[in-house]
Design a protein around this ligand. Structure first.
Ligand code: E4P
Length: 215
């Protein structure tokens, strides 16, 4: 399972990349706005920092506009993956961008039928949003499991990118479901490292080592 960071914060991305465990980054207009950065410049900086796929989202609402914007985004850097919404217009744009040889991430996917259509566009990724479904009392992980089953049934090439993950258990459940990619905020990524027994055990080993050296 690949690990992507869901952020536009350069410090977080550089720290993640320095660990050698990061495979890519997803952004969205809200995340870029939060950083107050210039959109184009920030996408280049992210691509250079992660050296892996970086999703950059279109903001036009009509198919033609999305295709035009998607082609421009794809020119920014070879690592750019164009994010299109899973709407009728977005799916049409995805199909057209895929036809141009551009990698697409179909975002804001909230149902299995939508995911089925995404696969048929030939998009590289489908992004089902787990946390936002949980927020409205639906089990977001059920959607992930359904999509993985459907994609396996037909050997669809589109990769399942579990998005809107809010805590480590989401990551574990996504991995158990067999997703290709999990994208998560930096704070969730950091939590993956933590276990109190690791800290306690390491502390004890180092104390005993000091005793050994003193002999
Ligand atoms: C994914 O590409 C999205 O940017 C993201 O996972 C949304 O997460 P949120 O629902 O926590 O905002």
């Amino acid at each position: 399972m690949k690990i992507f960071l869901d952020t536009a914060n350069l410090d977080e991305i550089r720290e993640g990349a320095s660990l050698g465990l990061l495979d890519g980054v997803t952004t969205n207009p809200s995340l870029i706005a939060k950083e107050g950065a210039d959109f184009r410049k920030r996408i280049v900086e992210i691509c250079e920092s992660v050296q892996g796929p970086v999703s950059a989202e279109v903001t036009c609402t009509d198919t033609e506009g999305m295709c035009r914007q998607g082609r421009e985004l794809a020119k920014i850097h070879s690592w750019v993956v164009v994010k299109t919404p899973t709407t009728k217009e977005g799916l049409k744009a995805a199909k057209c961008l895929v036809g141009d040889g551009i990698k697409v991430n179909s975002t804001l996917c909230f149902s299995a039928p939508q995911a089925l259509l995404v696969a048929k566009t030939g998009a590289t990724y489908v992004s089902p949003f787990v946390g936002r479904l949980d927020d409205i009392s639906h089990v977001g992980m059920d959607l992930i499991r359904d999509i993985v089953t459907i994609y396996r049934n037909y050997s669809f090439k589109t990769q399942v990118l579990a998005a809107s993950l809010r805590h480590p258990l989401h990551v574990v459940d996504a991995a158990k479901a067999g997703v290709d990619v999990a994208t998560m905020p930096f704070k969730v990524f950091e939590l993956l490292f933590k276990h109190p027994l690791t800290d306690k055990g390491q502390d004890q080993f180092l104390k005993d080592w000091e005793k050994l050296k003193a002999r």
